[in-house]
Design a protein around this ligand. Structure first.
Ligand SMILES: [Zn+2]
Length: 114
C-alpha cells in the first residue's frame, strides 16, 4: 500500500494536479497540496490532527514537579508533549538541547533544526 503523501491529487475546481508544499503555521509544519491555479489548498489529515492538538496545548501551562536524582534535578515532561515529536523520542536517552534563556526561564529544544 502506498502513502497518501505520494499520491497525485487533483484540484476539484480546476481538475489540474496540485503541488506538494510545506505550510508553516505557528511554527508548525503542515504537509499540504496546493492548486497553483485557484490557490485552494488541502492539508495532510495527520498533520492537521497533530496541529489541532498542538494548538490546544500551545498556551497551556503545565505544573511539573522538580525532583532530585543523584546530583541533578529532573522534571517530568507530559507525554502529550513528547507524542507531538516525530521519531525523535523513539529511543530513550535521546540528547536534546537545553538553554537558560533568562534567570527564570529554561528552554528545551526538541528539534536540532532550531
Ligand atoms: Zn484549483
Amino acid at each position: 500500500m502506498k502513502s497518501i503523501n505520494n499520491a497525485n491529487i487533483l484540484c476539484n475546481n480546476c481538475n489540474i494536479k496540485t503541488k506538494k508544499q510545506i505550510l508553516i503555521k505557528n511554527n508548525f509544519q503542515l504537509r499540504t497540496w496546493k492548486c497553483l491555479n485557484c490557490h485552494e489548498q488541502w492539508i495532510h489529515p495527520l498533520d492537521e490532527e497533530a496541529y489541532l492538538k498542538y494548538k490546544n496545548m500551545k498556551n497551556k501551562d503545565y505544573e511539573v514537579k522538580l525532583r532530585m536524582v543523584g546530583n541533578s534535578y529532573t522534571v517530568s515532561i507530559p507525554k502529550e508533549i513528547i507524542n507531538l515529536q516525530e521519531n525523535i523520542f523513539e529511543e530513550m536517552n535521546t540528547l536534546i538541547k537545553m538553554s537558560l534563556e533568562s534567570p527564570e526561564k529554561l528552554s528545551l529544544f526538541f528539534s536540532r533544526k532550531l
